[in-house]
Design a protein around this ligand. Structure first.
Ligand SMILES: [Zn+2]
Length: 224
């Protein structure tokens, strides 16, 4: 099966990940996208390479303008962007075929077929995923075919990675491997495509602010 990933990790997010400053919850979404996306793995290796070169050229005793370092690093990345992609076939074959690739798989346990879905209302289900960081909330979501997830806005960043099926948000379609990055400026309404249930990984940084009063009331009970 060949994936045609259309929606990738932003430069900003990938740099945070590459520099090790991204909290665990967000990193799970980034790393799971990387498992499904050779082109982002390639971008990551450029960044790591460019970051290493940057460190070698910087005199640590000299104060460095952050803006200048940033520009220099992005320049190197842009200059190398046309380099042919480096494939790692073993890793692609091992991780790309599984419905739930690593590292997400490790968080869910080995029995992927026996996942304990919890009802979320309106036919949707979720599985909260525990991580070591307190700033993000990670869960697997199952949205019934043709149905929306409860409408919400949020106080910060939200990452949604499709693992099975697809959803549309406005006129944009997100399929397996695609990552949607949303922030507080966006009230969005993902809707599963009508052909099959959509399973995705959702990472948010604040408890979701559902617009519906009823959903807001049951939020503490459901632990969402
Ligand atoms: Zn990608």
């Amino acid at each position: 099966m060949t994936l045609h990933v259309q929606h990738h990790i932003s430069d900003e997010l990938l740099l945070d990940y590459a520099s090790g400053t991204l909290a665990e919850g967000w990193s799970i979404a980034v790393a799971t996208h990387l498992a499904l996306c050779p082109s982002c793995r390639d971008r990551l290796s450029f960044m790591e390479h460019a970051g290493g070169e940057l460190l070698e050229t910087v005199d640590v005793d000299e104060p460095v303008s952050e803006a200048a370092s940033w520009t220099s690093m992005m320049g190197k990345i842009a200059a190398e962007k046309d380099r042919p992609a480096v494939e790692t076939p073993a890793r692609v074959a091992a991780s790309g075929e599984a419905l739930i690739p690593e590292p997400l798989r490790s968080y869910l346990g080995s029995d992927v077929d026996g996942l304990k879905w919890r009802a979320l209302g309106r036919g949707a289900y979720h599985i909260p995923i525990k991580t070591g960081d307190a700033e993000s909330q990670v869960r697997l979501l199952k949205i019934p075919a043709g149905k929306p997830v409860p409408e919400h806005s949020h106080g910060g960043r939200e990452l949604t990675l499709v693992l099975k099926g697809a959803f549309t948000d406005g006129s944009t379609v997100f399929r397996r491997g695609d990552l949607e990055e949303a922030d507080e400026t966006l009230t969005h309404q993902p809707v599963a495509t009508p052909d099959e249930d959509c399973i995705c990984l959702a990472v948010t940084d604040a408890p979701l602010k559902f617009k519906s009063l009823i959903v807001r009331l049951v939020q503490p009970v459901l632990g969402i």
